[in-house]
Design a protein around this ligand. Structure first.
Ligand SMILES: Cc1ncc(COP(=O)(O)O)c(C=O)c1O
Length: 477
């Protein structure tokens, strides 16, 4: 049988490919040209399109890799060169694996000890708010978990389709998941002038705009924001919870960047914690799914694919179905081990603690330095404005493009920020993504780039960006 386009699911057909495909194609060609020795003003392409710390050259945490190594190759359990707490941790984890091997299928949906460690981590993080390990579902990455929770919430085919309120700008894969299930993304604009805050009036406007179009069932938030870099404060989270409660929307809190907070005097507050601390009627009625991942933050183990969702106030009858869906596929064992390390890192007194603390501090210092430099350079460039990156993995500056550049892009049949990124790629060897990929207010243009890179990469990136941008603005003034 051969599949023809018109026969594939209309939902799948309606997923639009990334807007910056042309950029990716050109980036691959440039890499090849550089490999073949073609002369360019740069010798290396800097690709900062992904939130992938290790892909950008940052080193993994030693404790994480030692535990993983000992689990994968148990002969290391007898090797005294590995710290005793590493060997103990690996032994404990292997004990929970069937046949004592990471090569076996794990329990569904996840190794019970890891779910317990995650629930203890959540409770510690949330100032003692209880967390039930039975409400934690481990998955092959948090995006898989989101996609599968959405599959329970969203009705796609026939009749009125479900709507999901999604931020604009937003992580595009989540919007893609809604579309792929036949749901309707209902964008709410984040308030750029106020550092990309969520506004309740805007949530109301978005909800009203959905009337007659779809049946809104859920509200998706990303905190800390991707690409916005904004960290929500307690009052803002409370407002969103009240809104979700009043409008009977299921809250989907994507909190994968919770470990990445750079602004002084603010802390990450989870939706789960704020909800619990609001007390009745909210704490026991608002339905919430909170997502986290081993891919992000200081751990940055994207490749191992470990994520989880914690469910709060979900009807037990619905939860049974969710468990069934999550039991279709278990997370790779190394991803679950990475989650164990994330949830239960070395503590003071443990042999691995001093090195773990040093590596963590070095990484935090590096990223904070990057954030400071990015802010200084961006705001010194003509036509560029950027809020300080408070958290997350990305800078998302606004570029006020000159009318001649906008016209040139239109002549080429391109979005203006794609044109800007293409010139940046071609002339400066910097691979950024355009704001149109994430959604932005009409008439505004942005670019996104990852700030979790080495010092040398960041210095090089900012030097190239400053020179290129100045030239670009001159060319089109
Ligand atoms: C907001 C957000 N959520 C989820 C993910 C995916 O995380 P995971 O690797 O756990 O699937 C990303 C990845 O960049 C992200 O930015």
């Amino acid at each position: 049988m051969s599949v023809v386009l018109r026969e594939i699911s209309p939902n799948i057909r309606s997923i639009r490919p990334p807007r910056y495909t042309a950029l990716s194609v050109r980036a691959a060609q440039i890499r090849e040209e550089l490999r073949q020795g073609v002369k360019k003003p740069y010798t290396e392409l800097i690709d900062v399109t992904w939130g992938d710390p290790q892909g950008a050259g940052l080193k993994p945490l030693t404790f994480a890799r030692q535990v993983l190594a000992a689990c994968l190759y148990p002969k290391l359990l007898n090797n005294e060169r590995l710290p005793a707490d590493v060997r103990q941790r690996a032994e404990g984890l292997l004990h929970e694996c069937h046949g004592g091997s990471v090569g076996s299928y794990t329990d569904l949906p996840g190794i019970p000890q890891v779910a317990r460690q995650i629930s203890e981590f959540i409770s510690r993080r949330d100032g003692g708010v209880p967390s039930d390990p039975d409400h934690i579902l481990i998955s092959p990455g948090s995006q898989w978990a989101l996609q599968n929770i959405l599959s329970v919430l969203v009705r796609g085919g026939g009749g009125v389709r479900s709507g999901v309120l999604t931020p604009q700008p937003s992580y595009s894969l989540s919007v893609m998941s809604v579309v792929g299930l036949g749901g309707v993304p209902v964008p709410y604009q984040l308030w750029e002038e106020q550092g990309w805050e969520v506004q309740v009036e805007e949530l109301n406007r978005a909800l009203e705009s959905a009337e007659g179009e779809c049946d809104p069932v859920a509200l998706y938030v990303i905190n800390p924001g991707n690409p916005s870099g904004h960290v929500q404060r307690r009052e803002s989270i409370q407002d969103v919870i009240k809104f979700a409660s009043e409008k009977r929307l299921f809250l989907l809190a994507d909190e994968v960047y919770q470990d990445c907070i750079y602004k002084e005097n603010i802390e990450f507050l989870s939706y789960k914690r704020v909800l619990a601390e609001m007390g009745p009627p909210f704490c026991d009625t608002v339905e919430l799914a909170s997502f986290h991942s081993a891919s992000k933050g200081l751990l940055g183990e994207c490749g191992f694919r470990g994520g989880y969702v914690e469910l709060v106030n979900m009807d037990p009858a619905v939860m049974k179905h969710v468990f069934t869906i999550f039991s279709k596929d278990n997370a790779p064992t190394p991803g679950q081990i990475a989650l164990s390390v994330m949830a239960s890192p070395p503590q003071p007194g443990d042999p691995s603690y001093p090195l773990y603390r040093t590596e963590k501090q070095q990484m935090q210092t590096l990223i904070k330095d990057n954030v400071r430099k990015v802010h200084e350079v961006l705001n010194s460039l003509p036509g560029v404005s950027s809020h300080p990156v408070e958290g997350g993995a990305f800078a998302f500056p606004r570029i006020d493009l000159p009318p001649k550049a906008i016209q040139k892009a239109k002549d080429l049949g391109m979005e203006p920020d794609i044109f800007y990124c293409l010139r940046l790629l071609e002339d400066a060897g910097l691979f950024f993504t355009p704001g149109c990929e994430y959604g932005q207010k009409d008439g505004t243009y942005h670019v996104r780039f990852c700030i979790m890179v080495t010092k040398d990469t960041m210095d090089d990136l900012l030097t190239r960006l400053a020179a290129h941008h100045t030239q670009f603005m001159n060319d089109f003034s």
